[in-house]
Every structure is written in C-alpha cells, then in structure tokens.
Design a protein around this ligand. Structure first.
Ligand SMILES: [Zn+2]
Length: 272
C-alpha cells in the first residue's frame, strides 16, 4: 500500500511525505516500533515513496518501481536479516556482503537496503556498517529497523534520521478485546472451529497477528498475577506454558512463518 495508508501514524507519514516530495532523501534512517508494528512493510512503503515516479513521496502501488518493491523483485533493494539458532543477530559477514552489493551500479536510480532487527547487530557489524554510513555511495538509502535503538552505537544513531512508529494508540485496546475473546474460548475448551472463527475475524494480516500475540501475552501474564479472575480457572503451569507458546509463535512470525499457520498452531497447542 502507499505510505498515506498508514493511518495509525498519519502525522509522521505526513511529515515524511512532505520531506520526500521536497527532495530530501537521506542516506540512512532508523525506523523504530514495537514488535507488533510491521516495520518491514513500512520500510518497503517508505522506499516506494522514495522511488515512485507517479506519486512521489507517497507511492502509487502501480508503477514498475512500486510493484517491484512490493513483489520482492527489485534488483536494487537488499535485505539483511538476523541469523543464528539460539540468539539471533545481524553478523559482520552479512554487513560485508551488503557493502559489496551496495557497490554495484543500480539498475534504477539508487541502491537501497533494509536491515531487519538492526538492533541485534554485533558491535563488529555496527562498526563495519559505520564506514558505509560515513561515506555512502551517492543515492544509497539504508533503513535500519529496530525495536530498541539503545542497542545501536551513538555514532550510528547520529548518522541516521530517526522515525518512531506508534502503530496507533487505540489499537492496543482493540487487540486486547479480540485476544480476550480468544482466551475466554480457550478457557471454556471451545472447539477448534470456534477458535478459528475468532481468529479469522480479528486477524487479517501479519500486523494483526503480532497485535493478537501481544494482547494474548498481556492477558496470560495478568492471569498469572491473579489480576484477572479467569486466572483461577487455570493451573499456573498451564499459564506458563501458554506464555512460552505465545513467545514461540512470535518467533515464528519474525521468521516469516505464515501468520495464519502460526496462530492456528498456537491455539491448537494451548487448547490441547
Ligand atoms: Zn509508484
């Protein structure tokens, strides 16, 4: 979608669009937001707004440039992701590879990169990236996605334009309502069919899925603290198990497992 569709951060998007239309494209950005915000989708829409010829500063979803970015076949856009089996981090090697790629001549007007989970970059990786941020190739745009920029070196932060996505203030309450419905159904031992119905009504994309998980986790944690009377209906171990299953589902989502599958799997496991 185009940048202006991010209604949850309307004001910020307005500022970004105005700035891009004014020709102000910086070579590095930090986009921060909680894990319920689909920062990667936002970064793609941001880059569409940077490159779009039809609707500069917003993105049209129709032109070649927008479609290539949407369909992950833009030759000039490189992704860097965290790797590792136990603790995931963005490694030195991944940044070296990115630097090699950014040296190539772009097919279009510029090379671009999205560094996912940039706040997990090792110190070495950060220091390496710093060289690129200090002397960027003309036109290059690098986006660092983070949940907590405090993990980034000051020298990196000082070279990036910083945007924080709120994900909308009222979505918290809304997602809690949906999650609460699901918890009720789980406690009552409802059939999988009913659980699936609740899910399909409230979860329509990855962003919703993250919100649902955040809501579920908040509820289960409050059950544990006995702030919620429903907690009496469950054993402590059952609640702990649910919390760890929710965290597992969140890891699956971060790993790009299909969101429908991840959530259905989760309710099956909690319900079973
Ligand atoms: Zn376009």
């Amino acid at each position: 979608m185009s940048l202006s569709n991010w209604k949850s951060d309307e004001k910020l998007v307005g500022r970004i669009s105005a700035s891009l239309r004014g020709g102000n494209v910086s070579h590095a950005y930090i986009i921060e937001g909680d894990n319920c915000v689909d920062k990667e989708a936002f970064a793609r829409d941001f880059l569409k707004a940077v490159c779009c010829m039809e609707s500069p500063g917003d993105g049209c979803d129709r032109c070649v440039s927008c479609r290539k970015i949407d369909h992950d076949n833009c030759e000039d856009l490189y992704y860097v992701r965290a790797e590792g089996t136990t603790t995931k981090s963005v490694k030195d090697d991944a940044i070296t590879e990115l630097q090699e790629n950014l040296k190539k001549k772009p097919n279009g007007s510029r090379n671009m990169a999205i560094i996912c989970n940039a706040d997990t970059m090792t110190k070495r990786a950060q220091n390496r990236l710093l060289k690129t941020l200090e002397e960027p190739y003309p036109g290059t745009v690098i986006i660092l996605l983070s949940e907590n920029r405090e993990n980034l070196l000051d020298t990196i932060k000082s070279r990036c334009i910083f945007y924080r996505l709120s994900g909308g203030e009222d979505t918290g309450a809304e997602s809690l309502k949906d999650a609460s419905k699901l918890v009720d159904a789980l406690i009552e031992g409802e059939k999988f069919f009913t659980l699936k119905q609740i899910l399909s009504k409230s979860v329509k994309n990855r962003e919703d899925a993250f919100r649902m998980l955040d809501g579920l986790e908040r509820i289960y944690r409050s059950l544990l603290l006995e702030k919620d009377p429903r907690g009496r209906l469950l054993k402590k171990e059952e609640i702990f198990m649910a919390v760890s299953l929710i965290e597992e589902a969140r890891r699956d989502l971060i790993m790009n497992v299909n969101y429908n599958y991840a959530l259905k799997n989760l309710v099956l496991k909690i319900g079973g």
